[in-house]
Design a binder for this molecule. Structure first.
Ligand code: NAP
Ligand code: FE
Length: 369
């Protein structure tokens, strides 16, 4: 029986773990580029904790807080220039998947010269040391080898994937998530749910990834009701952060599948949040996957605490609220793009282009209240 597991990122999770591990941060270099978004890290305490930790160890830093959701190629090249100009020799990402994914590319581009037109063509060789500090509970990017950037020439989002991109260190403190708006919390949890569910239905799944996926989905299932009512407590947030990192550990090995491939068009063309896009598509994808993989889809429903697909649809629709209106013509175009995505090959149940179109259509026709 062949089973592999590789995860080079050191993970430390605890309340106040940034301050407690200042020496580990400082060991990464002498001057940090802190990569983050424009607002949240400035107000949720994460940026203060990091700068305090660096000061306490005599380390200098430069803040690059220009990352917007769904980061662009221009943004990561600007970040890399900022790192070089400021003489930074390590990178710290604070935020959701957007700053963490950007930081991976920035850490690489700061020392590896890749022409902008070739950024999606591979050949990733080296990067500056990197620590990721997640402040959402969705992507698991703090432990993955993926950096997902907007790819305008392909009109979608494309993953830079390389073992070079695994962060060295991930510091997980769920206290930063207390400031998350209910909608962002919901969307990021739907992303994390999707990672574990898709990973469990991937041709690359292993006994290790299955164990993590089931555990993560059980945690998410336990929190779903309070997620809907906005009644999450501190323990729930810590659990959901843990589940999100576990979901990241899953997709490190399994990749994502059709749901992510299809979701990227919803984000690229209609600006639907990444996690929300996955949440809209997941139930219909599972319904079709069930025909080929009945036991695995049943495991997913059970782990998430859904008694049936109808129950899943009803509960997810409560989280999703009113869905966007998208024409059949648009969805047909998205199906043409999604079927060409690399992650389709990861599906245990291999969808055709017509299956993708049907999933899109059914996902946007189910009622949401
Ligand atoms: P995000 O795009 O990083 O952030 C979304 C919003 O949440 C931003 O406006 C951000 O504000 C705000 N925010 C973040 N933390 C907050 C906090 N603690 N309190 C209040 N607001 C906060 O969202 P995400 O869902 O985490 O990341 C999505 C991205 O990750 C997508 O580009 C997706 O493709 C990618 N992704 C990557 C992987 C991977 O393995 N690498 C996997 C799945 C998805 P600020 O801008 O002010 O910070
Ligand atoms: Fe995702």
């Amino acid at each position: 029986m062949k089973q592999n597991f590789y995860l080079p990122t050191k993970i430390i999770m605890d309340t106040d773990c940034v301050a407690a591990n200042a020496k580990q941060l400082a060991a990464l270099g002498t001057k940090a580029l802190i990569v983050t978004g424009a607002h949240s890290a400035h107000v949720n305490g994460s940026l203060d904790d990091v700068t305090q930790a660096l000061k306490s160890e005599g380390r200098a830093y430069k803040v690059f807080d220009k990352v917007e959701p769904n980061p662009t190629v221009e943004c990561v090249y600007a970040g890399a220039k900022c790192a070089r100009d400021a003489g930074c020799d390590f990178v710290i990402a604070i935020g959701g998947g957007s700053p963490m994914d950007s930081a991976k590319a920035i850490a690489m581009l700061a020392i590896q010269d890749i022409p902008e037109a070739k950024i999606f063509s591979g050949g990733y060789k080296e990067r500056l040391p990197l620590c990721c500090i997640p402040t959402t509970a969705g992507t698991g990017s703090e432990v993955t080898q993926y950096s997902i950037l907007t790819n305008d020439s392909a009109k979608t989002k494309t993953s830079l994937a390389s073992p070079v991109l695994f962060p060295d260190l991930a510091l997980l403190d769920s206290k930063y998530m207390a400031s998350l708006p209910r909608s962002t919390m919901i969307n990021t949890v739907l992303d994390s749910m999707s990672h574990s569910a898709e990973g469990y239905l991937s041709v690359k799944s292993t006994a290790f990834s299955d164990t993590l996926a089931l555990k993560a989905m059980r945690i998410i299932g336990r929190c779903l009701e309070r997620l809907g009512t906005g009644g999450l407590n501190g323990d729930d947030r810590a659990d959901l952060l843990l589940a999100s990192t576990m979901g990241g550990m899953v997709i490190v090995h399994t990749g994502t599948t059709a749901v992510h491939a299809m979701g990227y068009s919803l984000t690229y063309f209609r600006h639907i949040d990444h996690g929300r896009a996955n949440g809209i598509l997941l139930t219909e994808f599972l319904k079709r996957a069930e025909r080929a993989c009945p036991e695995r889809t049943a495991d997913i429903l059970t782990a998430l605490g859904f008694s049936s697909f109808t129950d899943m649809e009803r509960k997810l629709n409560l989280l999703l609220g009113k869905k966007e209106k998208i024409t059949g013509e648009e969805l047909s175009e998205y199906a043409d793009i999604a079927i060409k995505a690399g992650n389709i090959a990861n599906c245990l149940w291999k969808p055709e282009r017509s299956d993708l179109y049907d999933i899109y259509l059914a996902s946007f026709s189910t009622a949401a209240h």
